[in-house]
Design a binder for this molecule. Structure first.
Ligand SMILES: [Zn+2]
Length: 104
């Protein structure tokens, strides 16, 4: 009855049940106002950037120039919202990243 409870005869090649194909990871997106677009230049690496105002926080974030939106939606107010990939923020891609460096 309880024999298998203490079965330590584990096979070295024991495998977890196949979880199946991994679901596509939903890209982390940042929702920004399309009309808030402003061109700029990174003061660290000199790359062209595009600033957008983040819908949720109201803060401005720099993205790589001409980021490709994942999706475009329209707010109730009629304003256009772009969904940009969080990894396209210049925070992530700046090779200099002087002021952006994250503590480890
Ligand atoms: Zn930069």
């Amino acid at each position: 009855m309880t024999a298998s409870l203490f079965d330590d005869d584990a096979q070295p090649n024991h495998r977890e049940p196949d979880p199946g194909p991994t679901p596509p990871r939903r890209p982390q997106v940042v929702r920004v106002w399309a009309s808030s677009r402003g061109l700029g230049k990174c003061k660290d690496c000199g790359a062209p950037m595009t600033w957008f105002q983040v819908v949720e926080s109201g803060k401005k974030m720099p993205f790589d120039a001409d980021p490709t939106p994942v999706a475009t939606t329209t707010a109730d107010s009629g304003r256009v919202i772009l969904e940009l990939r969080a990894e396209d923020t210049h925070f992530r891609t700046c090779p200099a990243a002087m002021s952006f460096r994250r503590p480890r």
